[in-house]
Design a protein around this ligand. Structure first.
Ligand SMILES: [Fe+2]
Length: 434
């Protein structure tokens, strides 16, 4: 159906599925948490958050709202940035002990993803690795419905409140993997842009590029009709490829990034820009939750795997750490230069929506025009200059490629096929841009 991009192919899928939680969006809506939770008939909930938010104003609003609605709660805050499988096991044990009727998550993607993973283990037991696809994991199926989950994001990037995936670090493999199943989709999402008013500049920038790449990757992803036809109606993977629905959300999100990212990062008082970025993050989450990301996200996993001696200024983290949005954007200009030849019209459209100077540009210029615009945004928001800006050099490109090649599904969602050598070359081209 739809345009030429979705033209039917002989062995390709002939349908796509759309899923999203019930969403409430608007300033001040975090105050509605209690009443919205009560409407789910939950009287006792687990409140998941992180140690940095625990004593702050957002958790205070959530607690107050739950109390006013007559809902009792117990708090679990032992969640690290970029949560790992051990943290999820602790979360599941907490749910077991407290016998709650629903879970409320208040936090960024780390908190929401840890909550999703904990709900799975609480329901079905085992370890996170059991649920990863073979050969890495045990391929254990997620079958039963999970407890209701009310997700309240506190950053404008992750989109996790709108997706059925949980990204978790598996300690024994020392890298991140994804658990995906429709039942991981939160029941409700409360998107209150007010929560971003006090976010530091570097968090707005990093999460803004996460949302930017979610949207760009969805819009340039392989069409769903180019993915294999599914064997049964319930076997569809969340990475189903670009489709007419994800296109709508992605296009709008890209435009929001082009118009508001610089403003939102460089002027903390610009609430219009920050509100728009929050909405853009939700839209981009809806987009990638229904199509899947591709190479920038796949290659970011190699970066977070191998960031041995790297920490990022401005984050209260002692361990080696590169914020997710930074790990994604540092390779994006090189990647879109590379993928443009597969879908030049879509790349050019992305550049236009992002506010690039595309006067007179032709299909042959698509990758360059889009990359140039991304580089401009990176410079204007003080991002590192490629992977060399976060401590890698050309001696690391082989190891980075060897790590990222394990993200097979995301790599296959790119519009252009890539092998190990291609990934190594892309890391080389992403060393620096200016
Ligand atoms: Fe992301």
């Amino acid at each position: 159906m739809g345009c030429q991009y979705f033209a039917p192919s002989t062995h390709g899928a002939d349908s796509f599925t759309v899923a999203m939680p019930r969403l409430t969006v608007g300033r001040g809506t975090l105050h509605e948490l209690g009443e919205r939770t009560a409407a789910l008939s939950a009287k006792k909930v687990a409140l998941f958050t992180d140690p940095y938010l625990l004593d702050g104003p957002l958790v205070a609003i959530a607690k107050d709202s739950l109390k006013k609605a007559g809902i009792s709660f117990t708090i679990f805050s032992d969640i690290r940035v970029e949560p790992d499988d051990e943290c999820v096991s602790r979360g599941a044990a907490f749910l077991q002990q407290t016998a709650c009727e629903a879970l409320v998550s208040v936090g960024g993607g780390s908190v929401i993803d840890a909550a999703k993973g904990s709900l799975v283990l609480h329901n079905q037991g085992g370890r996170v690795i059991d649920y990863l696809a073979p050969p890495i994991g045990g391929g254990k199926a997620i079958t039963a419905p999970l407890l209701p989950h009310i997700a309240c994001p506190t950053t404008s990037g992750t989109g996790s409140e709108c997706t059925s995936i949980s990204v978790l670090r598996i300690n024994e493999l020392n890298t991140k993997f994804v658990i995906a199943h429709p039942s991981l989709l939160p029941t409700l999402a409360i998107v209150d842009p007010q929560v971003c008013d006090s976010l530091p500049v570097n968090a707005i920038a990093s999460t803004g590029f996460d949302l930017c790449c979610h949207a760009l990757e969805c819009y340039t992803a392989r069409a769903y009709t180019q993915h294999e036809k599914i064997a049964s109606p319930n076997s569809r993977q969340y990475i189903q490829g670009a489709n007419p629905f994800s296109d709508i959300a992605a296009r709008e999100a890209i435009q929001i990034v082009g118009q508001y990212l610089e403003r939102g990062v460089n002027d903390a008082s610009d609430t219009q820009a920050r509100d728009q970025l929050m909405w853009g993050a939700t839209l981009a989450g809806i987009a990638f939750g229904n199509s899947g990301t591709h190479l920038p996200h796949a290659m970011s996993y190699g970066i977070t795997h191998l960031m041995a001696d790297i920490t990022t200024k401005g984050y209260p983290v002692k361990d080696p750490f590169v914020p997710h949005g930074i790990s994604v954007i540092v390779t994006a200009p090189a990647i879109f230069r590379y993928t443009a030849e597969a879908t030049p019209t879509r790349h050019l459209e992305c550049a236009h929506l992002l506010g690039a100077d595309d006067k007179g540009a032709t299909a042959d210029d698509a990758g360059e025009v889009l990359s140039k615009r991304l580089i401009h945004l990176m410079k204007a928001t003080h991002m590192p200059n490629g992977i060399s800006g976060i401590g890698f050099d050309k001696t690391h490109t082989t190891a980075l490629a060897n790590s990222s090649i394990r993200q097979g599904r995301a790599i296959a969602n790119a519009p252009r096929d890539s092998n190990l050598v291609d990934l190594e070359n892309l890391y080389g081209k992403a060393l620096s841009y200016w």
